[in-house]
Structure formats: C-alpha cells, structure tokens
Design a protein around this ligand. Structure first.
Ligand SMILES: CC(C)(COP(=O)(O)OP(=O)(O)OC[C@H]1O[C@@H](n2cnc3c(N)ncnc32)[C@H](O)[C@@H]1OP(=O)(O)O)[C@@H](O)C(=O)NCCC(=O)NCCS
Length: 292
C-alpha cells in the first residue's frame, strides 16, 4: 500500500496529555524540553498537531493563542526533522490561520521558519533580540536618576490585577487578562512600578529549564523599564533571557553592560502586514516568542 501523503494527514487538537510528545518533538529539533512553558501554552492557547504516520509521537505542532477576537499569536511551529519539507508546516500554519478568523495574527520567526511564513503572507515588522546572560546589578542603581522615583514593588493579584490588565490592554491593544491572571501562578515574581498611586509599568520573571525569562515588561519609559528589569533580575542565580525589539537600542546596550548581551535575533512578523493595535512604544519585552 502507498504511504499516506504527509501533507494530507489530519490535524488534531492537542491537550495536556500530549506534553511528553511535544517535548520529544522539541528535542528532535534541538529545542530545550520546556515542560512548564508547553503546559501554559496548551492550557491557555489552542495546540494543534499531526500524529506521525510511523506511530512514533508527533510529526508537527503549532499553538494559536487568541487575545479576545482581535489579535492572536502563533508559536511552537515544529515539524519533526524526518518529516521536514513535506508540507506539514504549511498545513499546520494554514490550519492555525483559518482558526484565527479575522484576528491580526503575529509570530516570531527563526531563520528556519521565515521562508514558510513569508510564503503564507507574513511580513516582518520588527526584529527581536534575545539577550542572555548572568545579570549583574552592579551597585544596584538603575542607570538613571534616583531609585526613589522608580521604586518597584511585588504585585498582589487582589490589589493590582485589574490595573495591570487595564494598562496592558492599552499597550498591547488586545485583551490578555486571562493570561495575566495566570501569570501570578506561573511567574516567580510580578512587579509593578508606579507614581502617585498609578501603575506606570509592570514586569514578570519566570523560570524555564536552566533560565529565568524576564517578560512581559511594560513601561512608560526606559528608566521605568530599567528599574523593573533590575528588580526582577537582581537576585537570580542563573542566566536570564529578555527579548527586546530593535528600537530598544539604549536598553539593549544597558543590559549588555550588565552581563546580558544579545544572543540571537528573530523576525517579528504580522500576517498580511496589518498594523498592530495598542501603544507598542510602551511594550518593552515580550512574554515569550510564542505569545508576543
Ligand atoms: C520551520 C518548519 C516548521 C517548516 O516545516 P516544514 O514542514 O519543513 O515546511 P513545509 O514543508 O510545509 O514548507 C512549506 C513551504 O516553505 C518552504 N520552506 C520551508 N522551510 C524552508 C527553508 N528553510 N528555506 C526555504 N524554504 C523553506 C518550503 O519549500 C515550502 O514551499 P512550497 O510549499 O512552496 O514548496 C520546520 O523546518 C521546523 O520545525 N524547523 C525547526 C524548528 C523551527 O525553527 N521552527 C520555526 C520556529 S519560528
């Protein structure tokens, strides 16, 4: 019997039971086995996968995360190396795009994914620099003026969640409140910066594998961003990673001076080149590549 054409294999919804298979697929592509991250993404977003016709786990995955009806992120696009170049990536991405409906869809592309995304109508609107290293807070200053103005404090869900979601919606331009509510369990720290009782920024740090990720970070200016990042990263005993957009030149050079240089670059792409909603000038660091 002729083997099935992989590009016509059924796409199915992934659940938490699939996490071990997702981890194996990630490993096949030399991605780390990030269980906590996959769990969060599969719980909050919608995972789609193609079972390997040889019966050995998953041949491909993608995760679509919707923010209200207006915006959606695509992440975790993976096709097992033994099935690459046979149309599975195209099939999975087309499936996610169809599911996303009218939402503005965006993603972060590695050099491997970019050709496929361009073929399916994504356009690069920014470059994202992943900065990785052991953060050295130095003398504890934030590199700007006095600490008092930029004091940050640990956020408390009961006290801060509503204000934090309102600020995030203004900046991100779509409703991430469901995800932000989970952030308090997922993250090691969620911090807010404020002035006169008003929240002017927030940030989170979360652990995955042998790293602590700093993100999302939303801040009204670089000084507030530095204060948040410093307080989130100062006590970490491992390397941190923070993903900063191309226009954040001052922050990139500041954090590099604190032991966290640029390590890799991805393209931030939007389907159809559509304009993203919100006020992205205050969106300092993404949550993670798969979420924007
Ligand atoms: C990127 C990835 C998902 C692509 O999956 P795939 O199943 O091999 O891609 P497809 O076979 O569906 O390719 C679809 C189209 O994109 C093109 N394409 C895919 N990868 C390409 C590459 N690296 N260079 C040039 N063209 C490429 C194919 O030629 C094909 O074009 P066609 O349909 O006009 O013939 C897969 O290579 C992968 O998992 N890579 C490692 C993990 C990774 O980097 N993922 C992307 C994260 S952003």
């Amino acid at each position: 019997m002729k083997p099935a054409d992989p590009s016509s294999l059924p796409v199915r919804r992934l659940g938490l039971d699939d996490v071990p298979r997702c981890l194996d697929l990630a490993q096949d592509r030399s991605w780390p086995r990030e269980e906590r991250k996959w769990r969060l993404l599969l719980e909050y977003g919608e995972g789609f996968g193609i079972d390997a016709p040889d019966g050995d786990g998953l041949a491909g995955t993608t995760i679509l995360t919707r923010y209200g009806g207006t915006a959606a992120a695509v992440g975790m696009m993976l096709v097992a190396s033994r099935y690459s170049g046979r149309g599975l990536g195209r099939r999975l991405l087309n499936h996610a795009l169809a599911e996303a409906g009218d939402a503005t869809v965006f993603l972060c592309a590695t050099e491997y994914g970019r050709p496929l995304y361009e073929k399916l109508g994504f356009e690069t609107v920014d470059m994202i620099h992943a900065c990785v290293g052991r953060f050295d807070a130095g003398d504890g200053a934030h590199g700007g003026s006095g600490r008092e103005r930029n004091a940050t404090r640990l956020a408390e869900p009961g006290r801060d969640l509503a204000a934090l979601c309102a600020l995030d919606a203004e900046v991100f331009g779509a409703d991430r409140s469901g995800l932000l509510a989970r952030l308090f369990d997922f993250a090691e720290q969620v911090r807010v910066a404020g002035r006169d009782g008003e929240i002017t920024g927030y940030g989170a740090s979360w652990r995955s594998g042998d790293r602590v990720f700093v993100g999302p970070v939303v801040a009204e200016d670089d000084e507030t961003a530095r204060a948040l990042v410093t307080d989130l990263a100062r006590d970490t005993d491992v390397r941190i990673r923070i993903d900063l957009g191309d226009r954040r030149t001052e922050l990139i050079s500041w954090i590099s001076g604190h032991g966290v240089p640029q390590s890799s670059t991805t393209a931030f792409m939007v389907h159809g080149g559509r304009a993203l909603p919100g006020d992205r000038s205050r969106l300092v660091a993404s949550f993670m590549s798969a979420l924007g």
